[in-house]
Design a protein around this ligand. Structure first.
Ligand code: ADP
Ligand code: MG
Length: 322
């Protein structure tokens, strides 16, 4: 049986490559922030049976735990620096640990984000990552920065993660091909770090967040923080390739109130449409204009013809939703 310290050494302590002055092994890690930069910090806690299925594939789980955290840095426009990992494990299963750490480090290396410390304990499976990033003062893409007249933009596509979940739950009948198309969006989300950074460096986008609980619920956070309202074109919302083959009603529902999308929703002045498109093309991420910020509070929906439509959708809430 592996001891706690052997486990850390074997699976989580690696040759130093990153930005930290001191990494795993002491009571604290030491970071030396780039002079003049601000530090962006975010934490996400994932619990077996709530945020991921019991028995989830450990390699994909390692990817996803870090991806959801990097997605928060992306949503601020910050550059990833490092992260800590607090793990509660029912046991020290070498195969599980190997796959989990490989999945996590593959994504960490893609973003040059070093594991600098953590905590390991025995208990029900739960994974808590804290990420650290940096950003120039005044450049963070804050939720309170949307203004009336801004366009609302979405990166990538929405709804395929939710469609995969519906397939697993047998809420929607999906054939094996559709499920194979949708499932990676649920298990292996792509944090839009380069897009977030490109938007913040250019100060184009004004408000942004990452869509984790469904567009409607998450956009409401921008509207609340910025004290504005919005109209969304429900038929402009970019559905994922698997969802695009489903009915209009399902497409509208899962693009508006899916969950686990990890795309960016951001706002920018209409005068900067061309610049937004060029910036997104520069990092190879498609973006779609889906609506407009307005002075009148509340969220309204229109269809492709501009006709108002009623939509009964809600975001995911861990305390009221099940
Ligand atoms: P302490 O008891 O002082 O908190 P620990 O014995 O928990 O220290 O951890 C020893 C070292 O290993 C620390 O540097 C800690 O950051 C690191 N560490 C512990 N668990 C993990 C983990 N899951 N991933 C990365 N580093 C870890
Ligand atoms: Mg400790």
């Amino acid at each position: 049986m592996l001891s706690e310290f052997d486990l850390i050494k074997q699976y989580f302590r690696r040759a130093r490559t990153g930005h930290a002055v001191l990494g795993i092994g002491d009571d604290c890690a030491l970071l030396a922030p780039t002079p003049g930069m601000q530090t962006a910090i975010s934490t996400d806690l994932l619990i077996e049976g709530r945020h991921f299925f019991a028995g989830a594939d450990p390699r994909m789980l390692g990817h996803k735990c870090l991806a959801v955290n990097l997605s928060d840095l992306a949503a601020m426009g910050a550059k990833p620096i490092g992260f800590t990992l607090a793990l509660s494990l029912p046991g020290a299963d070498p195969e599980w640990l190997e796959a989990f750490s490989n999945g996590m480090f593959a994504l960490a290396d893609e973003h040059d984000c070093e594991l600098i410390g953590g905590d390991t304990t025995r208990g029900p499976l739960a994974i808590c990552i804290t990420v650290f990033g940096e950003i120039a003062p005044g450049h963070a893409l804050r939720r309170d920065a949307a203004r009336a007249g801004h366009d609302i933009w979405i990166s990538g596509t929405l709804g395929d993660a939710r469609l995969a979940l519906a397939g697993y739950w047998k809420e929607v009948a999906l054939d094996a091909d559709d499920l194979a198309l949708a499932a990676p969006r649920m298990h292996l989300p792509t944090p839009r770090v380069e897009l977030g950074r490109a938007l913040s460096v250019l100060p184009l986008a004004h408000a942004a967040l990452d869509i984790s609980d469904g567009l409607v619920g998450d956009l409401a956070h921008i509207l609340d923080a910025s004290k504005v309202g919005a109209t969304l074109d429900v038929d402009a919302l970019p559905a994922g390739p698997a969802l695009a083959q489903q009915s209009l009603a399902l497409r509208r529902r899962f693009t508006l109130a899916g969950g686990d999308d990890y795309e960016l929703c951001f706002t920018a002045p209409a005068a900067q449409r061309e610049a937004v498109i060029a910036t997104a093309a520069g990092v190879g991420v498609p973006v779609t204009r889906v609506g407009r910020i307005e002075a009148e509070p509340g969220l309204r929906f229109v269809d492709a013809a501009g006709k108002p439509v009623e939509m009964d959708v809600q975001g995911w809430d861990h305390f009221s939703g099940e």
